[in-house]
Design a protein around this ligand. Structure first.
Ligand code: KG4
Ligand code: ZN
Length: 337
């Protein structure tokens, strides 16, 4: 099944063509992140305007890159939410128009389900279920216990900021550019992870929820206290803060791996899964369970290939239910998949 997918939930415009949920024939992504680097975050109207400007060209590039024509496409998939409403509307309008003009079935995909499917893109081996999946991005931090590609239960989530948001806000406080994850990671390369001690959020609590606002506040006060010598302390601060964020993510994952001891694999997905310190910590702290991450960094951050993959599995597992009519919505809770 050849699917053309469109993802425009945040500041990316991405169009991909994927065969049978795994073989990526093309995955063309343009990001307006650079334009927002100075602002420390996305300006929604500006992001949507840029997406209107480039959606047609990106779609043409994806078709040319895959060397296929619209007549060969079996279905169109698109992110229906959650995300920035203006941005989502650019993608869903393009998808609805293509589906109507070329008489193709249309599949609306929840953005998080896209991230959950990203580990199957170009994967060398079949996944084994049940598995635990940590999905951490700029908009959500969710821990899933999954029975199949499209079924599972949400067992933990953030109570305040998302992990990626904590990276982005931390970077902004440290004077590092947006997006914060890659810039903190880079600044941390020469830093000492134990130079500063940060609190361990929710450590005394049962369950698998996350909280990042305390870490962010601790960073704010540490920066205030270090104001005089801040320039020379950036890499140590970045390394210690990154370590604290990652240890918080890993500690709950470790607890879940003990409780859900039948989980055969651990998956890290979403923009934050690009973080190599996080990947190393999962491997060293939870060596008993195999780790699976997206095969490329471009599959960790927002991309349309993962939307194609999720759409494929929706068709496999839900049949005609995959083609249900859908609304484009900025807020789209997903407690069960
Ligand atoms: O999944 P994604 O591309 O978009 C959302 O759905 O939000 O994730 C973007 C987030 C940003 O907050 C960014 O700072 C973070 O992922 N991120 C990283 C890294 N690369 C991107 N966080 C930590 N380490 C990275 N290497
Ligand atoms: Zn995302």
């Amino acid at each position: 099944m050849l699917i053309l997918g469109i993802e425009t939930s945040c500041d990316e415009t991405s169009v991909a063509i994927v065969l049978n949920g795994t073989e990526v024939l093309s995955n063309c992504t343009i990001s307006s992140q650079k334009a927002f680097a100075r602002h420390g975050g996305v300006i929604p109207e500006e992001a949507a305007r840029k997406q209107v400007e480039c959606i047609v060209a990106i779609t043409e590039s994806a078709l040319a890159g895959a060397d296929v024509s619209m007549s060969e496409i079996d279905a169109i998939a698109v992110t229906k939410g959650p995300g920035l409403l203006g941005s989502l509307l650019v993608g869903t309008t393009a998808a609805r128009t293509l589906a109507s003009l070329y008489s193709k079935p249309l599949i609306g995909v929840h953005h998080t389900l896209g991230h959950l499917s990203s580990t199957w893109l170009e994967a060398e081996s079949e996944p084994e279920f049940p598995c635990l999946t940590l999905s951490a991005s700029g908009g959500h931090t969710d821990l899933w216990y999954r029975q199949s590609h499209t079924t599972g239960a949400l067992i933990g989530r953030t109570r305040d900021d998302a992990a990626g948001e904590a990276f982005d806000k931390g970077a902004s406080m440290l004077g590092l550019p947006y997006p914060g994850g890659p810039s903190i990671s880079k600044a941390a390369e020469d830093g000492d992870v134990s130079a500063y001690t940060f609190p361990k959020p929710l450590s005394g609590e049962d369950g698998f929820d996350y909280s990042f606002s305390g870490l962010k506040t601790a960073l704010k006060y540490t920066i205030r206290d270090e104001q005089e010598s801040l320039d020379s302390r950036i890499s140590d601060l970045a390394a210690s803060y990154q370590h604290a964020l990652c240890m918080h993510l890993v500690s709950k994952l470790k607890k879940a791996a003990n409780e859900y001891s039948d989980a055969k694999e651990i998956h890290l997905v979403g923009g934050v899964s690009a973080n190599s310190h996080l990947r190393e910590l999962v491997q060293s702290e939870i060596p008993q369970v195999g780790l699976r991450c997206p095969r490329k960094i471009s599959f960790c951050t927002d991309n349309a290939a993962m939307i194609c993959s999720a759409a494929y599995f929706l068709v496999q597992e839900k049949g005609d239910g995959a083609y249900e009519r859908f609304e484009t919505t900025a807020s789209l809770p997903l407690a069960k998949i």
